[in-house]
Design a protein around this ligand. Structure first.
Ligand code: SF4
Length: 70
């Protein structure tokens, strides 16, 4: 499963890190970044984080997270 972030859409609500703290983090402005690589906009999600990433995707109010099943 591939997870993409679109920081331009992010409104810094903080929900994605609540649901998937191993995947998402924030920059100094509260905008979403990927925890494992703050310069990346996509990463493959390990199976054990799959449900958390899906929950974050569903909860993001502005669809700044995309999930692509591979
Ligand atoms: S849930 Fe969406 S809007 Fe909220 S911080 Fe995460 S990416 Fe940004």
């Amino acid at each position: 499963m591939l997870c993409k972030i679109i920081p331009e859409k992010c409104i810094a609500c903080g929900l994605c890190q609540v649901y998937a703290p191993e995947i998402f983090d924030y920059n100094d402005d509260g905008i979403v970044i990927l925890k494992n690589d703050s310069n990346a906009y996509q990463e493959f999600v390990p199976d054990n984080e799959r449900n958390n990433a899906l929950t974050a995707y569903r909860k993001c109010p502005v669809r700044a997270i995309e999930i692509i099943e591979k």
